[in-house]
Design a protein around this ligand. Sequence first.
Ligand SMILES: [Zn+2]
Length: 148
Amino acid sequence: MARTNPSTEVAQEALSYCTSCKMDLNHVIVAMKGDRIAKVQCLTCKKEHVYRAPKGATEPVKKKSKKETAAAEAAISSIEAEWTKLMTAHKDAPMKPYSMKASFALGDKLKHPTFGDGIVGKLIYPNKLEVIFSNNIKVLIHAGVTNQ
Ligand SMILES: [Zn+2]
């Protein structure tokens, strides 16, 4: 049986993920299983181990762990749920365009040019607002509490 790829032969070099060095390194093929590389020897640490596909080839971007991704998604969905709840609760409140010179109160709805529709969830004395947007919570500046 003729091999199609002459580089995958025992004693040839192949890039593999080294389980000891924890990185992609050149290895020498020690054993083949059919057309697949079965065992390799690391040229750096000289250890023999089972062939692992180079990480760089399969995972070009460092992936977030499942736990991190789930936590981030949960945080976003809880903000979204809060936003939906507040928008529904204050559906009759007028939508004000956001301006640093305007003054906002708790529960005011505002339209931000970048973040979209938000609702004031907290007033931070003397001139800041915590505004809940559909997928983000932002602290914005406003004119502050007026004594009217
Ligand atoms: Zn190694």
